[in-house]
Design a protein around this ligand. Structure first.
Ligand SMILES: [Zn+2]
Length: 190
């Protein structure tokens, strides 16, 4: 990534602890599936505490997403996630003990635009591999963590399941965890 990580770029409001959110949205039994998905992806695509993964809470526009500065290579606890309930007016509202991923605006925009997408994975493959993929790509590098990146990715996604952020990373989406994993493994070396 040609840009130094300087923390989240969104404004946020915390609504409560992760424990509060898990109880409120009754997702106690769903915790393992997102951790299992992350553990199924080769760890080097999440190097240097990078990358982020989320899923939609069924029949809502709320989503569970990895927290900021979390090492996905060893993630194993639901408290390392946050629940985002809104990105309205470009303010991220969430339950969690840590801030949701810096790419929360990107995930939120995708869920709002595509009601049948339920899983999103953002990885950081080696740049030379990334820029050779024959899938839609942004024309230039865009600063991470902005709502503009979310807008650009949703426009490129349309009928595609993966999009390249030039010189940065890969965004892949699916209806199920298995589907997004299948798409990812068709592009990257698993
Ligand atoms: Zn990234």
């Amino acid at each position: 990534m040609p840009e130094e990580y300087v923390g989240v770029r969104y404004i946020s409001t915390c609504l409560g602890s992760m424990r509060d959110g898990v109880e409120l949205y009754n997702i106690q039994n769903q915790q393992r599936s997102i951790i299992n998905l992350i553990q199924s992806i080769p760890h080097h695509y999440f190097q240097n505490n990078s990358g982020n993964v989320s899923y939609r809470i069924e029949s809502t526009n709320y989503f569970v997403i990895t927290g900021t500065a979390i090492n996905l290579q060893i993630i194993d606890n639901i408290n390392e996630f946050a629940i985002v309930t809104s990105i309205q007016d470009e303010v991220v509202r969430y339950y969690g003990d840590i801030l949701p991923s810096s790419e929360t605006p990107l995930h939120g925009k995708i869920y709002l635009r595509f009601p049948d997408i339920n899983w999103i994975v953002h990885t950081h493959p080696p740049i030379n591999l990334l820029n050779q993929l024959s899938i839609p790509s942004s024309e230039k590098y865009l600063p991470y963590g902005t709502f503009e990146v979310g807008e650009m990715v949703t426009n490129l996604l349309n009928d595609n399941h993966s999009v390249v952020l030039k010189d940065h990373g890969l965004v892949s989406v699916g209806r199920t965890d298995n589907e997004v994993l299948r798409y990812l493994s068709s592009l990257l070396i698993f």
